[in-house]
Ligand binder design. Structure first.
Ligand SMILES: [Zn+2]
Length: 461
């Protein structure tokens, strides 16, 4: 009759989320994320999962991002046959993200093999198909009994479409315990998505802390920043290239650009979305209108579709994408978001040497990526192994983040300080998690842990 919690990923780190809850010997895995980072280390960790897949009873997933879901097909390949519980929209997004992940691994393997390196993908398309068959979509707010001892309820997390905070109500016959997991928590007042639902009273909270030590600009500043960039470009005359993540960021950008054009705050401009994954993700977002916030629902009622307006085009095939090489005006939104692969590189090759063109960075750029080099004003960069002088202008817009900042995380959690017995701070770089833990302490939480990898805690003996 014990309840334990073991941390197996995203501890003092942001990728590879995995938290293992054990109730009376029954193992429930919260998240099964892929490690991203230096290739050799992450390959090893993604192949050798730190748990016994056949002994897991159920998996619960907060949202579709690969750093939370990307190792699910590996878990299935290694023998997991149970259910994977998530929201309906998350299930839809897994249907495009997991095949994409298998596809990337297969092409990496081909590329490395040509250069004499052995690399075996962690899983293939067949494993992905089996994983998707084991996925069970649920509605928000409807409790589901995932095993005799544990009931799960999904609340909106406002982070990406379908994202959830997970409430686990545990009754092992001797103790009743409620564990609340924030998943990745979104921002308040962002477009399309609803604000994060308040967390109910919980005994134990597991919270993310990605921006636990930072604050983001307000949404109003964001509008002003976009307007300033578009005005600058109108005077310069070239095209704007925006590297953007396919899920969330691309749809948010379209929402902002469409709205600003309708309000006459920026000139009427053609926008090309050139990424198969972004196009599919936008179609899934368009299907789940029931999940939109009030502002976007009203917009639709007034006949303004955030993903369908004059001047917006989604490229349908490679030929059409190639034709964009000749485009000298307007906006191209493409992936990957950090310029590490995908069609954005073809467009960058054209734009990089033109002083009249502009690259607009709208998301986090990890160290060592091409996007980061552009942001840091490198004079020369490599694209497909070729050196290019950076002649184009590079601008940066901050605040389109899908993660709550320090203030928003505090606002979300602080009302629960008097009644919460223990808080675990996960999913943040070490300094962000530690500083956020200090902040929680100053807000009245008493028992706070920033767990280490493979650290285990007994919640009820
Ligand atoms: Zn996420």
């Amino acid at each position: 009759m014990t309840i334990t919690l073991e941390f197996l990923g995203a501890n003092r780190h942001v990728t590879g989320s995995k938290h293992l809850l054990t109730v009376n010997g029954r193992r429930i895995l919260l998240e099964c994320g892929m490690m991203q980072g230096p290739r050799r280390l992450s390959n090893k960790l993604n192949r050798n999962l730190p748990l016994a897949p056949k002994k897991i009873y159920a998996v619960v997933l907060s949202h579709a991002h690969i750093d939370h879901s990307g190792s699910l097909p590996r878990l299935v390949k290694l023998g997991y046959q149970g259910n994977i519980h998530c929201t309906e929209a998350t299930k839809d997004l897994l249907g495009i993200l997991l095949p994409d992940s298998a596809h990337i691994q297969a092409s990496d393997a081909r590329y490395l093999k040509k250069r004499g390196h052995a690399f075996e993908p962690a899983y293939d398309m067949e494993d992905v198909e089996r994983t998707l068959k084991q996925t069970r979509g649920a509605n928000y707010y409807q409790p589901i009994q995932i095993c005799p001892e544990v009931q799960v309820t999904f609340l909106d997390a406002g982070h990406i479409l379908g994202s959830a905070q997970v409430i686990l109500d545990i009754d092992d016959g001797k103790h009743k315990l409620r564990v609340g997991f924030t998943g990745d928590l979104g921002r308040y007042r962002t477009p399309i998505l609803r604000d994060p639902d308040p967390l109910p009273r919980c005994d134990v909270i597991i919270t993310e802390s990605t921006y636990g030590n930072r604050t983001h600009p307000q949404v109003q500043d964001l509008n002003n920043q976009i307007v300033a960039v578009l005005k600058e470009q109108e005077e310069q005359g070239g095209r704007i290239l925006i590297p953007a993540f396919s899920i969330g960021r691309t749809q948010n950008l379209l929402w902002f650009l469409g709205q600003l054009m309708r309000d006459g705050k920026i000139p009427q401009t053609t926008i090309h979305v050139d990424s198969p994954l972004s196009t599919k993700a936008t179609a899934i977002a368009a299907k789940h209108r029931d999940l939109y916030d009030q502002e976007t629902a009203t917009m639709l009622e007034l006949g303004h579709d955030p993903f369908q307006f004059e001047g917006l085009h989604f490229t349908s095939d490679v030929e059409e994408s190639k034709r964009l090489n000749g485009l000298r005006k307007g906006i191209i939104i493409s992936a990957s978001g950090m310029c590490e692969g995908g069609r954005i590189l073809h467009h960058l090759k054209q734009t990089i040497g033109r002083p009249e063109d502009l690259v607009l960075i709208v998301g986090f750029q990890a160290e060592g990526t091409l996007g980061r080099k552009l942001l840091e004003d490198y004079a020369v960069v490599k694209i497909y192994g070729e050196r290019h002088d950076v002649q184009c202008r590079v601008r940066h817009i901050d605040g389109l983040s899908a993660h709550a900042d320090r203030k928003e995380l505090s606002r979300h959690l602080s009302p629960l300080a008097p009644t919460t017995e223990k808080v675990f701070v996960v999913h943040g770089e070490e300094h962000a998690s530690m500083q956020f833990a200090d902040r929680l302490l100053s807000e009245g939480f008493r028992n706070i842990e920033v767990p280490l990898y493979k650290e285990s805690f007994t919640l009820r003996p």
